[in-house]
Design a protein. Structure first.
Length: 73
């Protein structure tokens, strides 16, 4: 559905930098030193895109209607 984003964090790729939780704490948290998604579905929120972009392991993906929109390359 347009306007709804799906957020995923690959815990196997995650390095545990915590940058995602610092940028978007309402969506991400660190659990057992790895990223966890608090809200796997969210409305359009540029901070979620920013979190995906700054992830040093590129462990975060944001999709809209099945199309990956972040990380932005």
């Amino acid at each position: 559905m347009p306007g709804r984003w799906t957020v995923r964090a690959d815990r196997q790729l995650c390095m545990g930098s915590g940058m995602c939780a610092a940028v978007a704490p309402e969506v991400f948290a660190l659990e057992d030193e790895k990223a966890s998604v608090r809200r796997p579905e969210t409305g359009e929120d540029t901070t979620v895109l920013d979190a995906a972009d700054i992830c040093p392991a590129q462990a975060i993906t944001v999709s809209e209607a099945g199309r990956v929109i972040a990380p932005r390359t």
